[in-house]
Design a protein around this ligand. Structure first.
Ligand SMILES: Cc1cc2nc3c(=O)[nH]c(=O)nc-3n(C[C@H](O)[C@H](O)[C@H](O)COP(=O)(O)OP(=O)(O)OC[C@H]3O[C@@H](n4cnc5c(N)ncnc54)[C@H](O)[C@@H]3O)c2cc1C
Length: 345
């Protein structure tokens, strides 16, 4: 195997890249975003920062644990003890998952993908190319291998290749779209088609008050038509206790308002927060909304955590194939890369 193209530089794409690099395979990574990380993201606005994607992660898989261990040792990943409680109409209940160990990257969640990719980025001159702000729009397989067609952020067309294999590490709905518009069929296309609706949307609000809301410390699992989770983002380990919060809507409510203005949804989420806490909120100094069209997977698992078509040289990794969440994304990326490597062993 000469060079593998990885589409998607979220946790899954990074996990795949690490695995392929360790086996000495050259890689080229493409992501339409401004940087690495995908849904493990932090929005910065002046002095404020908000982990507006994954709030925390949990670790069960030994491979993921081994990747996280050095970061824990350096204090770059720390346990977030919340506290975590349920909330219904002003009444608080105990942590619904009291044995869960919830970890966060320090000083913000977007450092997790960056730290996991650190060796890759240092490896740039030795067989790793990272192309951010490039949206891959077409995959084509010719006699000499795979060719990728896409567009950079200025709209400039771009063609890259040939590659011996392609590893897709994008949300399944986007993989389905890419494979369909490329007229590609086979194992990966079938899996992407089957699971295309498994990622549910999430509308978020990133808010800051004049002061901390004492009733809303840690993480709150809210029972409400609109609001599902509220996090005191500034209270996570390694932050400075600032009164900034992230509110996440329920999938159903998000779906109903998916095409409406995220800023007005954010204001509705703040109202739901106040309703759920049943206390008046302090004056708000910042309120921004964000729409995640594909947020959290409903938890499907395929036996191998990824789909690899060795005949085509095409692999599909996705959190949706491995139980969802950050850990699922990581496991799926490793599994897809290992599957491709089996072809050359
Ligand atoms: C609001 C929210 C809350 C969450 N909360 C948690 C939580 O608390 N705990 C937890 O464990 N998980 C949580 N998750 C889920 C977790 O973030 C994901 O499961 C995980 O990050 C998936 O990683 P991935 O690499 O599979 O996909 P992604 O992170 O989505 O990465 C895919 C990458 O592919 C790129 N891409 C897509 N299409 C193309 C294309 N055509 N060309 C180029 N690039 C492309 C995207 O830009 C993206 O960077 C949450 C997610 C969201 C959105």
């Amino acid at each position: 195997m000469n060079t593998v193209a990885i589409v998607g530089a979220g946790i899954g794409g990074i996990a795949a890249a690490r695995t392929l690099r360790r086996a000495g395979v050259e890689i080229e990574i493409f992501d339409k975003g401004r940087g690495l990380g995908g849904r493990v993201a932090t929005r910065r606005d002046g002095l404020l920062q908000f982990d507006h994607g994954a709030q925390y992660f949990t670790v069960r898989d030994p491979g993921f644990d081994a990747a996280i261990a050095p970061l824990r040792a350096q204090g770059l990943v720390q346990v977030w003890n919340g506290p975590f409680r349920t909330l219904l109409n002003g009444s608080f209940g105990s942590d619904p998952c009291e044995h869960a160990v919830r970890e966060v990257a320090v000083p913000r969640m977007s450092m997790l993908p960056r730290q996991l990719a650190r060796d890759l980025v240092q490896d740039l001159v030795r067989g790793v190319v990272v192309q951010c702000r490039v949206r891959v729009e077409r995959l084509q397989r010719g006699g000499d291998g795979w060719w990728l067609g896409g567009r950079d952020s200025t709209g400039q067309a771009l063609v890259r290749g040939p590659f011996s294999a392609v590893l897709l590490a994008v949300p399944v709905a986007q993989a389905h779209q890419l494979l369909t518009q490329s007229c590609l069929f086979g194992l990966a296309a079938a899996a992407a088609f089957t699971l295309r609706d498994s990622l549910r949307p999430c509308l978020c609000a990133m808010i800051a008050f004049e002061r901390v809301v004492p009733e809303a410390e840690g993480g709150l699992f809210v029972t409400d038509e609109a609001l599902a989770f509220a996090a005191h983002d500034g209270g996570k380990p390694g932050r400075n206790g600032t009164p900034n919060y992230v509110l996440q809507a329920t999938p159903e409510w998000s779906l109903q308002r998916l095409e409406s203005d995220p800023e007005s949804s954010a204001r509705e989420l703040v109202a739901a927060f106040e309703r759920a806490l049943a206390v008046p909120l302090p004056a708000m100094v910042h309120c921004k909304g964000h729409r995640w069209r594909y947020a959290v997977a409903s938890g499907t698992c395929v036996p191998d955590a990824a789909v690899v078509d060795l005949e085509q040289g095409l692999a599909l990794a996705s959190d949706a194939l491995a139980g969802g969440l950050v850990e699922g994304g990581f496991r799926s990326g490793v599994a897809a890369a290992e599957g491709l490597l089996r072809a050359v062993q």
